[in-house]
Ligand binder design. Structure first.
Ligand SMILES: Nc1ncnc2c1ncn2[C@@H]1O[C@H](COP(=O)(O)OP(=O)(O)OP(=O)(O)O)[C@@H](O)[C@H]1O
Length: 248
């Protein structure tokens, strides 16, 4: 039986007086490559905060790897790459090697010694994202898409089981989006990483993704990508609250 890595049961959440999430029940299974889709302000980041244990639900429960977030301790099993990761300017004084190596602290602890083979681990993680030739380069001198790959390597070095990527294609130009997806599919299929890709942009939901969840305060749809494709633009507009068109 497939294991649920994330399970939300009847979850509601509000910030002071703003209701953001309403009665959400939703799960992500081991091996899924899921796009969490919703317009700006629909509650995607808030949902991630609940999953990452940064916020607590007002009602309902959130379970990670079969355990309530309140008692979940294996945080290194979840790799999170935020929206703002690829925002370094060209003078930022860190090499790709240093950035990726810093991801090891999540696994070994902040004040513990780095393993002796940490350079090999860095190279291994960079190979997974096709960036091994950039080891000694300054992070700020890479393109937005290359920086994004380096930050995925930084998450991978801690050997997460689940990878959460927040708007990962924003800094990537159109021609490189396909190879970016090829890399994610390899991580999903060969390294067995469960992946959640968070996006507001319907066009970012590639055919390479296995599942789609549509969020706007509540989950309007959760299922296979092929079933998402069968949904009309009118229905999608209704969920989004404004006009959007699927092109895939
Ligand atoms: N710390 C906060 N305090 C109060 N309201 C907040 C806070 N953070 C977010 N909100 C509000 O909650 C709602 C959902 O925000 P959230 O950031 O989760 O949406 P999102 O789908 O991630 O949006 P985007 O795609 O623009 O990043 C918005 O109306 C937002 O203004």
């Amino acid at each position: 039986m497939t294991k649920s890595l994330i399970e939300l049961k009847n979850v509601s959440f509000q910030y002071e007086h703003t209701k953001v999430l309403h009665n959400i029940s939703f799960s992500v299974s081991e091996g899924d490559f899921l796009a969490l889709l919703g317009p700006n302000g629909s509650g995607k980041s808030t949902l991630l905060k609940l999953i990452l244990g940064i916020e607590k639900p007002l009602t309902g429960e959130v379970n990670l790897f079969g355990v309530s977030t309140n008692s979940f301790v294996n945080r290194e099993w979840i790799g999170y790459v935020s929206q703002k990761s690829n925002a370094f300017n060209s003078s930022f004084p860190a090499t790709v090697e240093e950035v990726v190596k810093s991801g090891l602290t999540k696994k070994v602890g902040l004040f513990k010694r780095m393993p002796k083979n940490s350079k090999e681990l860095v190279i291994e993680a960079l190979k997974s994202v096709g960036m091994e030739d950039y080891l000694s380069r300054n992070i700020g001198q890479l393109s937005g898409g290359q920086q994004q790959r380096v930050f995925i390597a930084r998450a991978l070095i801690a050997e997460p089981k689940l990878l959460i990527l927040d708007e990962p294609t924003v800094g990537i130009d159109h021609e490189n989006v396909q190879s970016f997806y090829d890399m994610l599919v390899r991580l999903n299929e060969e390294q067995k990483k469960t992946i959640i890709l968070v996006t507001h942009d319907v066009d970012t939901v590639s055919n390479r993704i296995s599942h789609v969840a549509c969020l706007n305060q509540t989950i309007h749809f959760h299922g296979y990508k092929k079933d998402f494709d069968a949904i009309s633009n009118e229905q999608l507009n209704d969920w989004y609250g404004h006009s959007v068109r699927k092109i895939h």
